[in-house]
Design a protein around this ligand. Structure first.
Ligand SMILES: NC(=O)c1ccc[n+]([C@@H]2O[C@H](COP(=O)([O-])OP(=O)(O)OC[C@H]3O[C@@H](n4cnc5c(N)ncnc54)[C@H](O)[C@@H]3O)[C@@H](O)[C@H]2O)c1
Length: 270
């Protein structure tokens, strides 16, 4: 099990206060790493994150605020990492991302009327922000000749959302996922290959982890329709995500770079 041991590692997780962030943070902590959790300034601490702080204490888990679209804030967070843990990071989980799920209740648009600004903001955070965070934290890893970057993609990097999943939700115009979400994640997959190629000479591996739909708050009709499309017949749980993250973060994947590890129950195979 030494292959999966992260003692001596320092992980940075962006978007750490959201739904999946605490899962990545906990996985790294449980494997022995120290973690600097990042989120956008002003984001409230999720109960799951507060539990981790209580469980692991400030020597193992620190929180800093930085917008992934603002390089000076990321650089300040990198400095903070050095001050708190004494070393640069060795693992970066690029998890911060935005979408527009039905529960968010945002203004709906017909396809031909979606404002460009909505798409540009999604691309800015999900793709450009991920690149910026990799420049800053991955740059420090490259200097130290050691590191693993894990870019959180999505099933929608590979396929289009099926609008029928949402056709039971009342309202006119009907709910559609923003087109930039999948486009931003598809771009992340190509960027993963680019970064893998360019950072390999500096001892840094770069891979993507693409979750399928993760269980949490979706309505019953959505879950029934979604699960019918999944070969394994269910949505993902937190437990399904831990092993794949640990694999990519640890020496267990020492000869793996540039891949997209799909953790989607087979959603994208047909
Ligand atoms: N939940 C799912 O079912 C699912 C499925 C596939 C992929 N994903 C991906 O997993 C990642 C996490 O998703 P989630 O469900 O936890 O989302 P979430 O909205 O619960 O959490 C995202 C976090 O990112 C932070 N964030 C947003 N913009 C930021 C910025 N500019 N700078 C720094 N932080 C910022 C938010 O404050 C939030 O805490 C995303 O990249 C998402 O696309 C999620």
């Amino acid at each position: 099990m030494q292959l999966f041991n992260l003692e001596g590692d320092i992980g940075v997780v962006t978007g750490a206060l959201g739904k999946l962030g605490p899962i990545w943070v906990e996985t790294l902590l449980e494997a022995g790493a120290r973690v600097l959790a990042l989120d956008r300034p002003g984001t409230p601490e999720a109960p799951a994150f507060l539990d981790l702080q209580a469980r692991f204490g400030p020597e193992r888990l620190a929180l800093a605020f930085a917008d992934v679209c603002r390089r000076p804030e990321l650089e300040a967070a990198l400095d903070r990492c050095g001050r708190i843990f004494g070393d640069p990071p060795t693992i970066l989980v690029n998890n911060a991302g935005i979408d527009a799920p039905p529960a968010a209740g945002g203004k709906r648009h017909r396809l031909e009327e979606i404002p460009l600004a909505v798409n540009l903001r999604i691309l800015e955070v999900n793709t450009a922000g991920l690149f910026l965070a990799t420049q800053v934290f991955g740059g420090a890893m490259a200097k130290a000749h050691r590191g693993s970057v894990i870019n959180i993609g999505s099933l929608y990097a590979s396929v289009s959302p099926d609008a029928r999943f949402y056709d039971h939700i009342p309202g006119d115009p009907p709910f559609i996922k923003p087109p930039a979400y999948g486009a931003s994640k598809a771009a992340v997959l190509n960027l993963t290959k680019y970064l893998a190629a360019h950072m390999a000479p500096y001892g840094v591996r770069v891979n993507a982890l693409s979750p399928g739909g993760v269980l949490g708050g979706q309505d019953e009709d959505f879950k029934r329709k979604f699960c019918a499309r999944v070969p394994l017949g269910r949505m993902a749980t937190a437990e399904d995500l831990r092993g794949p993250l640990l694999f990519l973060a640890s020496p267990a994947s020492a000869y793996v770079t540039g891949v997209n590890l799909k953790v989607d129950g087979g959603f994208t195979v047909w």
